[in-house]
Design a protein around this ligand. Structure first.
Ligand code: HSE
Length: 399
């Protein structure tokens, strides 16, 4: 019997317990007949009616000091105390498996280094893309490649909201409420809709791809709160879907440009067809070309599926070297120099727009003017928008 502990019994933690019970035979078969036993669940709450209610404790030291606990699954969310408990467990020689993108994005290099020194695992497949295998495929299966570009729908909640707004003409608030009820959204959903969750995930993928820790604070971050149904309709009528993306691109100057923002994605791009809670991540390697990873990006069981893959991996082979270095990511470029086409929605009239932007094709959308600005750097577009002097929204077009 292999004893494990789950820290945090929310959406993901309870999903992990459900998978262990539901697939117990399959899991045991993959562990040469050994069974998994959830010896402890750490939570401040009590669960008197749950079959595992008697295993619940609020004392982390009881878990850390129990030599029979082989590994710890951290599904608490938030930076503290999840980071502190993970570090404690690793220092005590217990492997840690996490779904917590905030901890990995902010403290991954340190925790990975402790794990490496102790010859144990700190694994985080569930931290990006929910149930989609993405961390291990990038680390192992694409290891022969120089990564050129990553562009991904990395937040299930935002994709669910944008899909609902378009297909069912649901308003933003109703779609967000549904995403919360389905267990997709963060406890504080502003992390989803304002882009921080995507930012943390693209920081993890970029660190993994380029080998140095890219901190989320270094990444420009825009969310979807300014997007209206009219923007979605305008884009669709011209062959685009609007998606919140995390992007990371190696440019010809050798720098990597990382960004979280909504984009107009051409319908020719497979990512444009990735809807609802699904995430779609396109990774381009210099020898493999484009590879697309797609699946449920949030939710209890899909995320638990990824957590359990790491659990099996740790048990079958404890020595994991996955990760990156805690060095300054000197390969990052200044995103404000990055050039893309922009869709612009503004209250300014056609004359004023042409005065600032030249001969662009301006259309009306309600009481707004909308147009494509053409290939422009972010610095330049911001200067021009300031010259317009009206309420203006800009959305990039994905190359
Ligand atoms: N709130 C996150 C999302 C959960 O919607 O994608 C999965 O990381």
């Amino acid at each position: 019997m292999i004893n494990i502990a789950i820290l945090g019994f929310g959406v993901v933690g309870s999903g992990v317990a459900e998978v262990i019970s539901k697939n117990s035979k399959e899991l045991a078969a993959r562990l040469d007949g050994e069974e998994l036993n959830i010896k402890y669940i750490l939570d401040k709450r009590t669960f008197p009616d749950h079959p595992l209610g008697s295993r619940v404790t609020d004392d982390i030291d009881k878990i850390i000091n129990d030599e029979d606990v082989f590994l710890v699954i951290e599904t608490m969310g938030g930076l503290h105390p999840a980071y502190d408990f993970s570090k404690k467990a690793l220092l005590a020689g217990k492997s840690v498996i996490t779904s917590n993108k905030e901890v990995v994005a902010s403290c991954g290099a340190e925790l990975l280094s402790i794990a490496r020194s102790n010859n144990i695992g700190y694994l985080f497949e569930a931290s990006v893309g929910g149930g989609i295998p993405i961390i291990r495929p990038m680390w192992q299966c694409l290891a022969a490649n120089k990564i050129i570009r990553i562009a991904g729908i990395l937040n299930g909640t935002c994709n669910y909201i944008l899909t609902k707004m378009e297909k069912e003409k649901t308003d933003f608030e109703t779609a967000l409420k549904e995403a919360q009820e389905l267990g997709y959204a963060e406890r504080n959903p502003s992390a989803d809709v304002e882009g921080m969750d995507t930012c943390r995930k693209i920081s993890i993928l970029t660190s993994l791809a380029f080998g140095k820790h890219v901190y989320p604070e270094k990444i420009q971050c825009e969310g979807i709160t300014d997007i209206t149904y009219d923007d979605i309709l305008f884009a669709r009528n011209r062959g685009y879907a609007i998606k919140l993306l995390g992007t990371s691109k190696m440019a010809s100057d050798g720098k990597v440009y990382v960004l979280t923002a909504p984009f107009l994605v051409s319908e020719d791009n497979e990512i444009a067809g990735v809807n609802d809670v699904y995430n779609g991540i396109s990774v381009e390697g210099n020898v493999v070309g484009d590879v697309l990873f797609c699946g449920r990006g949030a939710g209890s069981l899909p995320t638990a599926s990824a957590v359990m893959a790491d659990v099996l991996d740790v048990i079958r082979d404890c020595r994991k070297t996955i990760g990156w270095k805690n060095e300054e990511a000197d390969f990052l470029g200044d995103i404000s120099n990055n050039v893309t086409d922009f869709y612009i929605r503004t209250k300014a009239d056609e004359n004023k727009i042409k005065e600032v932007f030249g001969n662009v094709k301006v259309e009306k959308s309600g009481d707004n003017s909308v147009f494509f600005a053409g290939k422009t750097s972010q610095k330049e577009i911001e200067e021009k928008i300031a010259k317009l002097g009206f309420d203006t929204v800009k959305i990039r077009v994905l190359d």
